[in-house]
Design a protein around this ligand. Structure first.
Ligand SMILES: Nc1nc2c(ncn2[C@@H]2O[C@H](COP(=O)(O)OP(=O)(O)OP(=O)(O)O)[C@@H](O)[C@H]2O)c(=O)[nH]1
Ligand SMILES: [Mg+2]
Length: 220
């Protein structure tokens, strides 16, 4: 059975990667920097997007592709209320976005008029790691209440990221979280990866993340 299944999965991933390449070319032609934002449900993906929009709105044109497993527009509505364009993609129950969905999302948003496009992937620490979207960078949000053992339990997603945002640091006094243990796990899987501890609740820690982002945008 396994010998039949593996080639089929490989073909799907290859087809996805080819389309991801096309998405990348499209973003490059538009001069738009693309972020694939991944995290578990409730880690704070939309909150980080909204904080980022609030702080960069004066200087940066930002669009958002919101991935959800159901036809709800809660997150997209929040982005639109913050004054930026958003497209909602319903995966129809699938646990991740793929390059076809991103191509469809790019058709519905004026990419040429954006400096930055943030894709909020489906809340999940497993499936999103396997699918290239064509964005320029992979950002993972971990959050304090999820626990300090997540790098050890979900290593694949930690291996493939360029940036880790550690959200909800305002909850550190209330939740058992061994920072050294967490960071050691991250370092083993992804040596030297950039880590930005932040709190969307207090706004703490956002400046270093925004400095990193501005540096990327200025190169585009
Ligand atoms: N205390 C605290 N709460 C936060 C912080 N960031 C987000 N939250 C709360 O965490 C909950 C989830 O935040 P969202 O931004 O909706 O998380 P998400 O990852 O987009 O969630 P899904 O899209 O449902 O997967 C909300 O109740 C937020 O108010 C933070 O820094 N500190
Ligand atoms: Mg969200």
């Amino acid at each position: 059975m396994n010998t039949l299944r593996v080639p089929v999965v490989e073909k799907i991933l290859n087809a996805n990667d080819q389309l991801a390449e096309q998405n990348r070319r499209r973003l490059d032609q538009a001069g738009t920097f693309g972020i694939n934002l991944m995290a578990s449900p409730g880690a704070g993906k939309t909150s980080v997007i909204l904080q980022t929009i609030r702080r960069l709105a004066g200087s940066t044109r930002i669009g958002v592709i919101e991935g959800d497993t159901a036809p709800v527009t809660i997150d997209a509505d929040r982005v639109i209320s913050a004054g930026m364009p958003a497209v909602q993609i319903n995966t129809g129950g699938d646990c991740h976005l793929d390059a076809v969905m991103i191509a469809n999302g790019l058709n519905q948003i004026a990419v040429d008029q954006l400096d930055l496009i943030i894709v909020e992937n489906v809340g999940n620490l497993i499936c999103p790691a396997a699918f290239q979207l064509g964005t320029h960078t992979n950002v993972l949000i971990a959050s304090i209440p999820e626990g300090d053992d997540k790098p050890y339990k979900y290593p694949n997603i930690y291996r493939g990221i360029d940036v880790l945002i550690l959200n909800k640091i305002d909850l550190l006094p209330y939740v058992r979280f061994d920072m050294d243990y967490f960071r050691k796990g991250v370092e083993i899987l992804n040596p030297g990866v950039k880590v930005f501890p932040v709190s969307c609740a207090s706004g703490e820690g956002f400046d270093p993340w925004l400095d990193w982002l501005r540096a990327k945008l200025s190169k585009e």
